[in-house]
Design a protein around this ligand. Structure first.
Ligand code: PMP
Ligand code: GLN
Length: 384
């Protein structure tokens, strides 16, 4: 293995899901739903499979899906995209993120991101030979994760090439407010750098969030410098399909595609028409899905609090974080490795998503994208 990849072990998701399988623990670690997505989407995939959509699709994705992606962005975010040139389908958001960074960063370029970060960010930045400049999110007085604007300003410099922003944010459940986004946008404009936004949880924002989701690309001066990335996995409960996309100005989308064509070339032929069907579902699908998830968040948050954890607010995503110190825990990794044996539940330590690990040492993450009875069973065990 090349030296630069040696610090990256097996991902925490693989480790913790294997632990759950081995011990029979309730898996609230890796974020994947335990129910299927919309029936119309599943039927469309079966039909496409049987109907011969089994060969290489076009590099940028089938036209029907690119049009659906553009229509979805118009409907929900008021963004106008040309499906021919400003939209590209990828093998999940993960590939879009990797391809974007590989396409935009020279070795030594710097990428500003927030920690904790989704684990593929560090690996993709490293693969590109670029350097990450993480800005730490810390729970503020009311528990909401915040950052220090001066720390953000200080992360920008002459080598900054792009900002990689994930909102709604995994693993914290934070939704960046318009004021926070404006700070990021202002620095992007001032330093004339690109933004790559990971918006895979764009629809998963709860009504009690400090603000609704706002794509960074909609802020002044940002459309022309932002590549917006999302995915079908979270919104349509099909994380194993790995159908994602990137939208943005044609020069950024074509740069990303130049790399993507040599990573996977294309992906998901029979799934692409099905994702198009899902993206075109009426507004009620999206609101009902979020409402159902909110109930499950509330159920888990109440249970975790009863079990003695200090639960931090989750405004969106599939996740909620908690402080283990009230239970006598100090190190999240040790705590999560022992939890299946002690309580029969799997969670994920979030310190592995920080460069400054101290900041997340006592924090762990639970996924609530599970059936209510599964959440109840986990809570029963934790309280046991
Ligand atoms: N970004 C974030 C923040 C995520 O949580 C995930 C899914 N775990 C991804 C990207 C990857 O999405 P996909 O499965 O579509 O590659
Ligand atoms: N995104 C999911 C999570 O954060 C899992 C992704 C993965 O396993 N790589 O839990």
């Amino acid at each position: 293995l090349v030296a630069r990849m040696r610090p990256f072990g097996t991902t925490i998701f693989t480790e913790m899901s294997a632990l759950a399988a081995r011990t029979g623990a309730v898996n609230l670690g890796q974020g994947f739903p335990d129910t299927d997505g919309p029936a119309e989407m599943l039927a469309a995939a079966a039909e496409a499979l049987a109907g011969g959509a089994n060969q290489y699709p076009p590099l940028a994705g089938i036209p029907v899906l690119r049009s659906a992606i553009a229509a979805h962005e118009q409907r929900f975010w008021g963004l106008t995209r040309d499906p021919d040139g400003e939209v590209a389908v990828t093998a999940g958001a993960t590939e879009a993120i990797a391809a974007a960074i590989l396409a935009l960063c020279e070795p030594g370029d710097e990428v500003v991101c927030f920690e904790p970060y989704y684990d593929s960010y560090a690996a993709s930045i490293t693969l590109a030979g670029a350097v990450r400049r993480p800005v730490t999110l810390r729970p503020g007085p009311e528990g909401r994760y915040e950052f220090d604007p001066d720390e953000l300003r200080g992360a920008f410099g002459p080598r900054t090439r792009l900002v990689l922003l994930n909102s709604p944010h995994n693993p914290t459940g934070k939704v960046f407010t318009p004021a926070e986004l404006e700070l990021v946008a202002g620095l992007c404009r001032e330093h004339d750098v690109f933004a790559v936004t990971d918006e895979v949880y764009e629809h998963l924002v709860f009504p009690d969030a400090a603000a609704p989701h706002v794509p960074l690309a909609t802020l002044p001066g940002m459309l022309e410098r932002t590549l917006r990335i999302s995915s079908a996995g979270k919104t349509f409960s099909c994380t194993g399909w790995k159908v994602g996309w990137a939208t943005g100005p044609a020069r950024l989308v074509s740069a990303m595609l130049r790399v993507k064509q040599f990573l996977t070339f294309v992906n998901g032929a029979p799934l692409q028409p099905a994702v198009a069907v899902a993206l075109n579902l009426p507004d009620s699908y999206f609101t009902d899905f979020t409402a159902g998830l909110r109930d499950r968040r509330d159920r888990l948050v109440a249970g975790l609090s009863d079990a003695g954890l200090a639960v931090l607010p989750s405004e969106g995503t599939y996740f909620v974080t908690a402080d283990i110190r009230p239970l006598g825990g100090e190190d999240g990794i040790e705590f999560c490795r022992a939890l299946p044996g002690r309580s029969g539940v799997v969670a994920v330590p979030t310190q592995v998503f920080y460069d400054h690990r101290e900041a997340g040492r006592h924090l762990i993450r639970f996924a609530f994208c599970k059936r209510p009875e599964v959440i109840d069973e986990a809570v029963r065990r934790l309280k046991g």
